[in-house]
Design a protein around this ligand. Structure first.
Ligand SMILES: Nc1ncnc2c1ncn2[C@@H]1O[C@H](COP(=O)(O)OP(=O)(O)O)[C@@H](O)[C@H]1O
Ligand SMILES: C=C(OP(=O)(O)O)C(=O)O
Length: 340
C-alpha cells in the first residue's frame, strides 16, 4: 500500500511463532513488506529460533527483500512452574514456592521471587497478562499460601507479576546471557526485557562485545515504572526503544498506560531514537477477522504520538491469520485509508 505524500511510513514488526514459522506464511509476510521479525526467546529452544532465522534469511534472499531479525531475551520475570496447563477453581488453597520446589507446594516460581516475599501477604499478584490473579493470604519461609481468584485455565509457565515498583524484574540475567551466547552473530538486533536504566543497556552491550565479540543493535524494552521514568537516558544509548505494553500495563496500571506510552514516545523523539509500540494492538485478530473500533483508534493514536514501528505479538504467533493481521495493520497506518 503506497504512502501518501508527507506521510510517515510506519514499520511493521511481527513476532514469529507456531502460526507463522511455516515457509509459505513466512514468505507471504516477507512479500507483504514486514520490516523486522521478532523471535521470543522465552518460548521454544534457541535451536528452533536459529532454524527459523535461517529459513527467513533464505526467503528474504529469494524475494530480494531485507528483513531484520530481533532476538528478544526475556529477563528475570518469575514464571509459574507448571509445564502443562492447569485448571484451577477460584478459592481453592494453593501453596507456591518462592525459591524453587518446596515440600507441599503445588507450584513454584522460576526464577525465584524470594527478595519480595515479605511484601506479598495480602496482595493480588497478577498471572500472565492479568487475566488471572493469585491472592496471597500468608507467607511462611519460602512459601506463600493463597488462592487463584478466577476459575480458569492457567496456561503453562505464565508470568507472576507484582504491580508497581515492587515488580521490578532483573534485566539481562545469566539465563539471558546464555541465550545470547547460543545465538550470537545470527540476529541483527537483541531486545532486552525490563530495561530500567541506561546502564542496563550499556552493561548488556559491553558483555556481548567483550565475551562474545558480538555487537548487535540493542532494543530497550520499557515495561516498568522505572524504565518509563528513565526513558530519555535509555533512548540515548539504545538503537531503538520498545513500549512493551503487555507487561507495562501490569506494572503501571491500565489507567496510566496511555500517558506512559506517550511519555516514552516523546523521550524517543527527543533523543532521536526509533520507537516501537508493542502488544495488544489488534488482539481481536487472534481469533477474528475484524479489529474493534478501539483497536483502530489505538493504532492511530500510537502513530500520532510518534511511533516509528508497530509490533504484532500473539496476532502473528498464535493468531488465525498472521498475513491478514499484517494487512489490517498496514491499512490502519496509511493516512489515505484513514482519511477515507
Ligand atoms: N508457542 C509459542 N511459540 C512462540 N511464541 C509464542 C508462543 N506462544 C506465545 N508466543 C509469543 O511469545 C511472546 C511472549 O509470550 P507471552 O506468553 O505473551 O508473554 P510472557 O509469558 O513473556 O508474559 C508473545 O509475543 C507471544 O505471542
Ligand atoms: C513485548 C512484550 O514482551 P513479551 O512479549 O516478551 O511479554 C510486552 O510485554 O509487551
Amino acid at each position: 500500500m503506497a504512502t501518501a505524500p508527507g506521510e510517515r511510513a510506519i514499520d511493521v514488526i511481527t513476532t514469529i511463532g507456531p502460526a507463522s514459522w511455516d515457509r509459505d506464511v513466512l514468505s507471504a509476510l516477507v512479500r507483504e513488506g514486514v520490516h523486522t521479525v521478532r523471535f521470543p526467546l522465552s518460548k521454544e529452544t534457541p535451536e528452533v529460533h536459529l532454524d527459523n532465522a535461517r529459513r527467513l534469511a533464505e526467503i528474504a534472499a529469494d524475494c530480494g527483500r531485507t528483513v531484520r531479525t530481533m532476538a528478544d531475551v526475556p529477563g528475570g520475570k518469575p514464571r509459574l512452574s507448571n509445564e502443562q496447563p492447569l485448571d484451577v477453581t477460584a478459592g481453592t488453597p494453593f501453596a507456591i514456592g518462592l525459591g524453587g520446589r518446596a515440600p507441599d507446594t503445588d507450584l513454584w516460581l522460576d526464577p525465584p521471587l524470594l527478595a519480595r516475599a515479605a511484601e506479598l501477604a495480602g496482595t493480588d499478584v497478577l498471572v500472565g497478562d492479568g487475566e488471572q490473579s493469585f491472592h496471597v493470604e500468608r507467607h511462611e519461609g519460602d512459601v506463600v499460601h493463597g488462592h487463584f481468584t478466577e476459575s480458569a485455565r492457567v496456561e503453562r509457565r505464565r508470568a507472576f507479576t507484582l504491580p508497581g515498583t515492587a515488580g521490578e524484574v532483573e534485566c539481562f540475567t545469566a539465563a539471558d546471557r546464555k541465550l545470547c551466547a547460543s545465538i550470537r552473530d545470527s540476529f541483527d538486533l537483541v531486545a532486552l526485557s525490563f530495561v530500567r536504566t541506561a546502564d542496563d543497556v550499556d552493561r548488556a552491550r559491553r558483555w556481548m562485545a567483550g565475551e562474545l565479540g558480538w555487537r548487535p543493535g540493542v532494543v530497550a524494552k520499557i515495561e516498568t515504572w522505572n524504565g518509563a521514568v528513565n526513558a530519555r537516558e535509555i533512548a540515548e544509548v539504545s538503537d531503538a526503544v520498545m513500549v512493551a505494553r503487555g507487561d507495562l500495563a501490569l506494572h503501571v496500571g491500565f489507567e496510566n498506560l496511555w500517558e506512559t506510552e506517550k511519555r516514552v514516545l516523546a523521550a524517543c523523539r527527543a533523543a532521536g531514537t526509533r520507537s516501537i509500540v508493542a502488544t495488544g494492538l489488534l488482539d481481536s485478530l487472534i481469533s477474528s477477522r475484524t479489529p474493534t473500533r478501539s483497536e483502530a483508534v489505538d493504532v492511530a493514536g500510537a502513530v500520532e504520538a510518534g511511533a516509528d514501528a508497530l509490533l504484532l505479538s500473539a496476532e502473528t504467533t498464535v493468531g488465525i491469520d498472521p498475513l491478514h493481521a499484517v494487512r489490517v495493520l498496514r491499512r490502519l497506518t496509511t493516512k489515505g485509508f484513514r482519511a477515507g
